[in-house]
Design a protein around this ligand. Structure first.
Ligand code: NAD
Length: 358
């Protein structure tokens, strides 16, 4: 296999965790004889510091031409007060649109051995394994009109979804459920919102094409409650942009550290893969960030953008075995033993990977 992968390390801990993920990609490529070209480009604050816009044109062109993009994180306190087009985060919204990646996949699972680490009782967490499918390029975040009234006394956004937008994200959810436990929970606020009534109608229609997959509808408020009281009930959860944004962070909080959560944005060209966490300026440059989210994002890249499921499975197994053997970075530390550094955790995962057949 030959593939061009663009790396966008970005800001804060981004370069540290992307370096870890790149080492793992290089390792599997060497083992399997794949030719993966990994090219780094600036984005976010790193680009702004070079006098470029948050998404420089050369970076945009490279991303569009690549088979897949692996992003670290963007943002930092020094950019918090600039105009919105000069904010590092502007690059993310622009890149998602450029690549047409309308489906954000966020798996949330509890790794064996980490059931005791969170704020939820271990018996509620044990075996938790869900996939949140969030619509990423429509809904309230992009709807027009938006703005302020002329007298500046009110502001407004528009929540809008078309049938084709709902249909394509529902298809992603049902197809994903077929690879898992055949259950889709569709989230809406159909008791109040007209947009949600169309959402429910279209998801139900798509569901009729998947008789082997069970479909449940859940109002977003009760879904938020179930995420903490009975999260094991979920398999695939599909939601619009706003509800999916909030619920996926909640699910992340339930399973523990942000440093464990990968994501994939797919459906358009190639795909954009990134850890859920941000640039973590409080720990940047200290080599103590947890690289698992970025490494697991690289596994998703192999599976979803390059069709390399065996390699992806092997990486996820190596992560699971490393954590089960007790390896912990500082964010996972339960108070005993010396935590591993970012590179130390990466070394431990690579060592496990060495012993796994790919
Ligand atoms: P954050 O995710 O960067 O950090 C939240 C907390 O989690 C911090 O205490 C941090 O140290 C910890 N943390 C995060 N990732 C970790 C890891 N891999 N290992 C260990 N600990 C980790 O969120 P924030 O502090 O709200 O935001 C910081 C900056 O990141 C802001 O500028 C924000 O806009 C940006 N941000 C970017 C993205 C993105 O690039 N996709 C996402 C969220 C936030």
């Amino acid at each position: 296999m030959q593939a061009k992968i663009v790396l966008l390390p970005g800001d804060g801990i981004g370069p540290e965790v992307i370096d870890a993920a790149a080492r793992v990609l290089d390792h599997v490529a060497a083992r399997r004889g794949h030719q993966l070209t990994l090219d780094s480009h600036p984005i976010g604050g790193a680009a702004l510091r070079m006098g470029e816009p948050p998404l420089p044109d050369a970076t945009r062109v490279a991303c569009v031409a690549a088979d897949a993009v692996l992003l670290g994180a963007v943002g930092g306190p020094e950019f918090d007060h600039g105009p919105s087009e000069k904010r590092p985060e502007a690059a993310l919204l622009q890149l998602r649109k450029e690549l047409g990646v309308f489906a954000n996949l966020r798996p949330a699972r509890v790794w064996p051995g980490l059931e005791d680490g969170g704020s939820i009782k271990p018996e509620i967490l044990r075996g938790l394994d869900m996939l949140i499918v969030r619509e990423l390029t429509g809904g309230l975040y992009y709807g027009e009109p938006r703005g302020r009234t002329a007298n500046n006394q009110a502001a407004f956004n528009t929540m809008r979804y078309s049938r084709p937008e709902i249909e394509r994200i529902a298809v992603v959810a049902f197809e994903s459920a077929r690879q898992r436990r055949n259950l889709v929970t569709s989230v809406d606020k159909a008791n109040v919102l007209v947009t949600s009534r169309l959402w429910r109608e279209v998801v139900t229609e798509v569901g009729e094409r998947y008789p082997d997959v069970r479909l449940e509808h859940q109002l977003v408020d009760s879904c938020a409650l179930l995420m903490v009281s009975n999260p094991q009930k979920f398999d695939v959860v599909v939601a619009g942009n706003l509800f999916g944004d909030i619920l996926s962070d909640e699910a992340g909080g339930v399973v523990g550290s942000l440093g464990l959560l990968p994501s994939a944005s797919v459906g358009g060209r190639g795909g954009l893969f990134e850890p859920v966490h941000g640039s973590a300026p409080d720990i940047a440059g200290q080599n103590i960030a947890n690289p698992v989210a970025a490494i697991a994002s690289a596994a998703m890249l192999l599976r979803h953008a390059l069709g390399a499921a065996r390699e992806a499975d092997a990486i996820e197994r190596a992560i699971g075995e490393t954590l089960a053997a007790g390896a912990r970075t500082a964010d996972l530390q339960a108070g005993t033993g010396e935590p591993l550094s970012c590179t130390g955790m990466t070394d431990a995962i690579l060592q496990r990977l060495d012993g796994i057949e790919i």
